[in-house]
Design a protein around this ligand. Structure first.
Ligand code: 5GP
Ligand code: ZN
Length: 120
């Protein structure tokens, strides 16, 4: 997609702090983090929103979701079930009322020591 910032990041035309890349996905640090850890998991394919996904995207969405806890672990905010500690938020914003600013599908992974911006 012309003029899509995340397509440009995926193509290496705009720099980013990449933390993961494979044939389907990239992940990089958010430029304006809402918490000590804030990364975005982004498919290489341009899909505007979660509401534009169909059955053919099920595996891709699953891959995005499964990457979230791995990256959180790698970045020091994984969930430790035994200790009942740690953890992170993972969210898709969809459309204007969902607070979406960049219309290329992405999964936010947000964590680290609180307080976070605008939250306890
Ligand atoms: P949305 O509101 O669309 O769910 O989130 C878009 C996110 O992308 C925001 O958290 C914003 O800070 C981040 N963002 C926007 N432009 C860039 C950019 O050029 N580079 C990086 N790394 N993050 C960006
Ligand atoms: Zn795009």
């Amino acid at each position: 997609m012309d003029n899509c910032i995340f397509c440009k990041i995926a193509a290496g035309q705009i720099p980013s702090k990449l933390i993961h890349e494979d044939e389907d996905l990239i992940a990089f640090h958010d430029i304006n983090p809402a918490a000590p850890v804030h990364v975005l998991i982004v498919p290489r394919e341009h899909i505007a929103t979660l509401a534009d996904c169909g059955e053919r995207h099920a595996a891709l969405l699953g891959k995005m979701m499964l990457l979230a806890p791995k990256l959180a672990q790698q970045l020091g905010c994984g969930y430790d079930a035994e200790a009942g500690a740690g953890g992170f938020k993972s969210l898709f914003n969809t459309g204007p009322d969902g607070g979406q600013e960049v219309y290329h599908l992405h999964l936010h992974v947000i964590g680290g020591p609180r307080p976070w911006r605008g939250q306890r």
